[in-house]
Write a protein that binds this ligand. Structure first.
Ligand SMILES: [Zn+2]
Ligand SMILES: [Zn+2]
Length: 450
């Protein structure tokens, strides 16, 4: 039995203490917990079905149909085809209050599953011209199943809800296919945060290398902004035996690669935030005795603040352009801005962390270092206060080194984490509504990672 069951709950709100009576939020949370526990088998079955039938970004047709049917069966107002295949359900509570959005992403990845499971995916497709398996190798199947469960739980207490819940099932978190728009960005563009206007948004990500029962989060910059770049070095082709009669793009590219290393090591304020500049591919030449005309490189940039992002962009341009010029070559630099920083509104995070602590136990809710992976939940957080956290999905006692990371063929999730995941979404929703009812909930961005 935890402290909350014994005596209700105390929220510390930046000096302001709010006693939540056991008779109000407490009983709603307790009723929701029972329902969540009773739904466990159903949620596991949904997840296994989704796992066995994964779909790539912007192609989540069957997934969306299953979600829409479920939300409709709960008597919700349901919109489909939002941002291509997105599904949005609206649950109006019995009492007036804020609009809380809960988000789950739906897409699988071009990865061939290697785990031996009865519900292993045999799906195959062509991706970027290659034949590949399709797999829920990031656990988005678990996100969908848990949010479908949370929808059923919250619908069961709808008369007691002090506000509205918007369930956002989002396509293409991992990126839309080439030439297509998609993901959170497109859903927002199509108005998902309006009508009714969302006051705050919550989302979780399963983690294959964090033990079941543990929740991790970080206030402020949590996951990196990601941008990609391409640099083309144009030299002058010549015979490999007479380099003096040409301009060697390979030697120039090598100098650029080394120059790029100095951005993080010499230019960034490393005590503020980490950053990464990676060269992911470098192609040039065809034969041992030809100095080719050009060299091409591509890479990824990860930063945690707009200042760092701007600095890295500027330095990539300066380094590539000036090194090329010093060699008599020319550099063409293109930078494609992709996902912003996943930025947990600090005040909202402060307000909601006690909810997770009351639910999972204080020792099981931990601060996590910033992660250099990216997440397009960040687009929602640019518009409304948002809180994104990580749910442990690794079997207790397993060694982290033995648990396969996300995006790999051996990726696996322990389903015993689903009940905690469902409860966390439901408690955040109800507790946020309670705070709004008391007039203290964060409804506008208090800072942003823009
Ligand atoms: Zn992923
Ligand atoms: Zn993911």
């Amino acid at each position: 039995m935890n402290r909350y069951q014994l005596c209700g709950r105390v929220l510390l709100l930046g000096g302001l203490t709010v006693q939540t009576a056991f008779g109000q939020t407490g009983t709603v949370n307790a009723r929701m917990d029972k329902t969540a526990e009773s739904l466990e088998k159903k949620v596991v079955a949904w997840r296994r079905d989704l796992h066995q039938h994964p779909e790539l970004g912007n192609r989540e047709f069957q997934t969306a149909a299953k979600i829409a049917a479920h939300l409709q069966s709960l008597g919700m107002e349901v919109k489909t085809g939002v941002g291509k295949t997105g599904v949005v359900g609206l649950l109006k509570g019995g009492k007036p209050g804020p609009v809380v959005a809960l988000r789950a992403d739906m897409d699988g990845l071009p990865v061939t599953e290697r785990v031996d499971l009865p519900f292993k995916s045999d799906a195959r497709t062509e991706y970027n011209g290659q034949q590949t398996g399709v797999m829920h190798a990031c656990g988005h199947d678990t996100h969908v199943a848990m949010l479908m469960g949370a929808a059923e739980v919250l619908a069961s207490v709808r008369n007691d809800l002090r506000g509205t819940v918007k369930f956002i099932f989002q396509p293409a978190e991992e990126g839309a296919p080439a030439g297509e728009e998609g993901g959170a960005y497109l859903m927002i563009k199509e108005g998902v945060l309006e009508n009714p206007k969302v006051d705050a948004i919550f989302g979780l990500h399963i983690n294959s290398q964090t033990e079941v029962g543990t929740i991790k989060y970080r206030p402020g910059a949590t996951m990196a902004a990601v941008d990609e770049y391409a640099i083309k070095i144009k030299g002058k082709q010549t015979h490999g035996a007479a380099p003096w009669s040409g301009v060697d793009p390979i030697v120039t590219a090598a100098q650029v690669v080394m120059g790029l290393q100095t951005i993080v090591s010499r230019n960034l304020t490393l005590t503020d935030n980490a950053a990464v500049v990676t060269v992911g591919a470098l192609h040039s030449g065809i034969r041992q005795n030809i100095i080719p005309e050009d060299a091409n490189m591509i890479g990824t940039i990860r930063t945690f603040s707009p200042e760092a992002q701007q600095l890295v962009h500027r330095r990539i341009n300066e380094i590539a352009t000036n090194i090329a010029e010093s060699a008599g070559a020319k550099a063409d630099v293109k930078i494609n801005v992709m996902y912003p920083v996943t930025y947990n509104d600090p005040k909202l995070t402060d307000q909601m962390a006690p909810t997770l602590e009351a639910l999972a136990g204080k020792n099981n809710v931990k601060l996590t270092p910033a992660q250099t992976g990216a997440e397009d939940f960040s687009f929602f957080q640019q518009k409304v206060p948002g809180f994104f956290y990580f749910l442990g999905g690794m079997t207790k006692g397993k060694k982290v080194e033995e648990a396969a990371p996300h995006h790999t063929p051996d990726f696996q999730i322990d389903e015993s984490c689903f009940v905690l995941g469902m409860k966390s979404l439901c408690h955040l929703t109800v507790d946020y509504m309670e705070l709004a009812n008391k007039g203290v909930a964060v409804k506008e961005l208090t800072a942003s990672g823009k």
